[in-house]
Write a protein that binds this ligand. Structure first.
Ligand code: ADP
Length: 265
């Protein structure tokens, strides 16, 4: 006689168990494909700048370039592509740390206005180059929030840099704050090219871009929004986006002011 501690399952239970195992298998399969897709993306993204660097340095070494101007152009490409490579490696490392839960957070009391002012200062060179004005509307009540200031600033820099990158020169980017009930909201609104409706659901995915060439030409790694989304969640906030092709983009970040209550406990 078969001795077993396992419960005897009814036909229905066997059926639902089999169903659950099949679902699990499907999920695992999906996970595997998205993982291998991700690695395929990474190697493509890494290979592209490397092939530029390799190609142009070879051309220069072999003395195949006559004019000084052309030589400078090639050196500039090598420099840009090295910068991109460094940014890509940095972003990948950041993402990996976040996903493994290994990012150390150092929350402190800060004023949201100060974070925004500091972020805007850091991107002002890029804004000036494109004659884009970043208009910060400070809040009346200067709300405080208990959060990791460096990471919060990183989120703001990323979003404002994107607003600059995907806008035409001589447009404005508006940044403003609102406090409603127990939530502190930050709005970043540009008058740029917008994001087509069909792309919006995928926009926070790693390496997803609406226009590859434009992102590349302006130094994007395709990882910015994936990092932003991860960071916002780690800081206990939420991010939303409203956009349509040709109509600009509005990112809304929202944090609970009651975080301070939780933090005090
Ligand atoms: P990238 O390095 O390519 O900018 P991101 O992850 O930051 O990568 O953004 C992903 C894509 O989302 C971009 O390539 C761009 O197509 C689109 N995007 C992001 N921000 C904006 C914006 N403010 N306006 C229009 N499109 C945007």
């Amino acid at each position: 006689k078969l001795q077993t501690d396992l419960p005897i399952l009814t036909k229905d239970e066997v059926g639902s168990l089999a169903g659950a195992i099949t679902d699990l298998g499907k999920e695992l399969e999906q996970y595997r494909t998205s993982r291998s897709e991700f690695f395929a993306n990474i190697s493509h993204e890494l290979r592209t700048p490397i092939s530029y660097i390799k190609g142009y340095s070879e051309v220069l070494r072999k003395g195949m370039v006559q004019s000084e101007m052309e030589r400078n152009q090639y050196l500039m490409i090598i420099e840009d592509e090295s910068t991109r490579l460094a940014a890509l490696i940095n972003d990948l490392f950041e993402l990996a740390k976040m996903e493994e839960g290994k990012l150390d957070l150092h929350p402190e009391w800060i004023e949201m206005d100060d974070i925004l002012t500091s972020a805007i200062k850091k991107v002002s060179l890029k804004a000036t180059e494109k004659k884009i004005a970043i208009l910060l509307q400070p809040s009346h009540d200067h709300p405080m929030i208990y959060v990791d200031a460096i990471r919060l600033e990183q989120i703001m820099i990323n979003l404002i840099e994107n607003a600059i990158r995907y806008s035409e020169p001589e447009t404005n980017v508006d940044v403003y704050i609102q406090v409603h009930r127990n939530r502190l909201k930050v709005f970043i609104k540009d008058q740029g090219m917008g994001i087509p409706k069909e792309d919006i659901p995928f926009i926070f995915e790693r390496f997803y871009r609406v226009e590859k060439s434009r992102s590349r030409a302006s130094g994007g790694t395709g990882l910015g929004l994936a990092i932003v989304k991860n960071l916002v969640e780690l800081l206990g906030g939420e991010i939303e986006l409203n956009s349509a092709s040709g109509e600009g983009t509005l990112f809304t970040l929202s944090f609970s002011i009651d975080q301070k209550v939780r933090a005090d406990k």
